[in-house]
Design a protein around this ligand. Structure first.
Ligand code: SF4
Length: 284
């Protein structure tokens, strides 16, 4: 069954060619220093919540920065080749300071962290993603929390961030039968929290949007045609050198893509079903 994550869905919305290069060509991308810092801060927050509530202090969080970075370097040796400035670890510590200005982790008991959630839409599309944190109130209300650490201007990515959270809210509604009460974006750099309250009707509409988006991906894959869509987000695209909008040429369309195989298989299945229905009508 084909799968779609919020990041890949947002890629296609942002730029079909970007989706192709990431999801079909699967071109590697060297992480940037901002992304590495984000991964580090997420890792520290994850470890912080492993501690008993009373020990979740800013000092403790700062103490976790060095060992967490060492653990990440061991897990992802490619991070060692990153050109990071002297202030890399200090800036990570500063983002953690921002976190403590907005939330007090000693008063939180997350129900889930770094959890994979998934649901099947329309009987044939598996949507899935990892949520940073899920809080459940004593009354059973859900709050989905996502930490944003990026150095890029927030306006450029805010729509994408909300899209991601609605994606998670839809999965939770479909799998747990509950509409999350709050979708929370925690912007550590800006030291600002954005809470959003979705409703069931909106999420049902959003589900239709996701299915339509997948149909558009299928059409593009069938036609082997993913066009560039330049925008201000091109400034953060790792594939400008391969992009016709920047004078580049994409690589030949891969012959062994899982996405294309899934789309081709579905098209063949639908054609066979249509033919069987036609044959049955003729016999009848
Ligand atoms: S540079 Fe811009 S238009 Fe080209 S692939 Fe990247 S996001 Fe798309």
């Amino acid at each position: 069954m084909p799968t779609l994550s919020p990041s890949r869905a947002a890629d296609f919305k942002t730029c079909p060619l970007l989706y192709r290069l990431r999801s079909i060509d699967r071109l590697p991308e060297q992480p940037t220093a901002d992304q590495a810092r984000g991964t580090l801060v997420h890792a520290v927050l994850e470890r912080l919540f492993d501690l008993p509530a009373g020990q979740r202090t800013l000092t403790q969080a700062h103490d976790l920065v060095d060992p967490s970075w060492a653990a990440l370097l061991a897990e992802q040796p490619e991070l060692a080749s990153l050109e990071i400035g002297d202030d890399f670890l200090t800036s990570a510590a500063d983002l953690l300071g921002g976190y403590f200005e907005m939330e007090d982790p000693s008063r939180l008991e997350p129900a889930e962290r770094e959890t994979l959630i998934e649901a099947v839409l329309d009987d044939e599309l598996l949507i899935r993603g990892y949520i940073d944190r899920l809080d459940v109130s004593p009354a059973g209300d859900l709050r989905v929390v996502d930490y944003k650490t990026g150095g890029a201007p927030r306006e450029a990515f805010e729509a994408r961030a909300l899209f991601q959270l609605k994606f998670y809210a839809l999965v939770l509604m479909r799998t747990r039968g509950v509409v999350p009460r709050v979708l929370r974006l925690v912007y550590l750099k800006d030291r600002e929290i954005c809470d959003y309250t979705p409703d069931a009707v909106e999420l049902e509409r959003f589900e239709k949007t996701i299915v339509a988006l997948w149909r558009a991906i299928e059409q593009a894959a069938l036609a082997r045609d993913f066009r560039p869509k330049p925008s201000k987000l091109c400034g953060w695209c790792a594939h400008q050198a391969l992009c016709p909008s920047f004078g580049g040429t994409p690589p030949p369309y891969p012959v062994d893509s899982a996405v294309t195989a899934a789309v081709d298989a579905r098209t063949a299945r639908l054609a066979a079903q249509a033919k069987a229905a036609e044959d049955a009508a003729t016999v009848g």
